[in-house]
Ligand binder design. Structure first.
Ligand code: ZN
Ligand code: ZN
Length: 261
């Protein structure tokens, strides 16, 4: 089994060492993992506090080879509709195996927190996020999969904390998927929604539609920021991907690897 979305203490909001995360991955029988620390450009701040330090990253992941467990090194870029050049400049600085592109900020506001939701209807808050995701995937090329498209389902300030259904955002989701397919990009199933809103981010309905539109690449990740969440629900998520696509993807050297389970 695979977990391709993990944060260690290298991320501003991570807690555990790489060693502890690897130990947890081995205990849970995972076959491959990828560290994907935040490189998130907080547009409201001059100080890039949400970007990891590359030297700290290299130190943390200078791990010995582990028999039976493939350990890859990736990054989670914070996409904005206008930061293409920043990412283009940062991505060659390290030979990453994998790059997730995720949207966490809109108009300088962290969408996880109440400020984003204030003054918006529930539907508009999510539709606006989806529109920004669409603008971002049109703008960007330096990423491999779109992270947690239904991220707002688990946002702390979401007044409902319920799954975001595709039927309510059908058109924009189709547009996002069509752009991803045209660019040869994938999506991830992020399992961190299970405990927060009772659904994968996104759920199987989105996956089926992605496949219908020609999507081929799907990864699975827990988005764990603590060792005790490494691999959580990844088996279930991989089973779902397997049912729909017949395989699950990991990445090595920015190239997809297709696994039949
Ligand atoms: Zn994220
Ligand atoms: Zn993450």
């Amino acid at each position: 089994m695979f977990d391709y979305h993990l944060h260690t203490r290298v991320s501003f909001d991570g807690h555990d060492t790489a060693e502890n995360m690897v130990k947890a991955a081995r205990e849970r029988g995972l076959k491959a993992i990828c560290f994907t620390d935040h490189m998130d450009y907080d547009p409201a701040s001059d100080v890039q506090t949400m970007c990891f330090d590359l030297q700290a990253y290299q130190r943390e992941y200078a791990l010995p080879e582990i028999p039976g467990l493939k350990v890859c090194r990736g990054v989670e870029f914070g996409l904005l509709p206008d930061n293409r050049e920043t990412i283009r400049k940062d991505i060659p600085k390290y030979p990453y195996d994998f790059a997730i592109g995720s949207l966490h900020f809109i108009d300088g506001i962290d969408v996880y927190y109440p400020e984003y939701w204030e003054g918006k209807t529930y539907h508009y808050a999510i539709a606006h996020y989806m529109d920004e995701v669409l603008r971002s995937v049109i703008c960007h090329d330096d990423f491999d999969v779109l992270g947690h498209i239904t991220y707002l389902g688990k946002a702390g300030a979401n007044p409902r904390m319920e799954p975001i259904l595709r039927k309510d955002f059908r058109e924009v989701v189709d547009e996002i998927f069509k752009v991803l397919v045209a660019k040869g990009k994938g999506i991830e199933i992020n399992t961190s929604g299970m405990d927060k809103c009772g659904a994968f981010l996104p759920d199987g309905d989105y996956l089926r539609r992605f496949r219908e539109l020609g999507g081929q690449i799907v990864t699975v990740g827990s988005d764990a920021h603590h060792a005790d969440r490494v691999g959580q629900y990844c088996r279930e998520a991989a089973q779902l991907v397997q049912e729909i696509f017949g395989y699950v993807c990991t990445f090595e050297g920015r190239k997809p690897v297709f696994h039949k389970l």
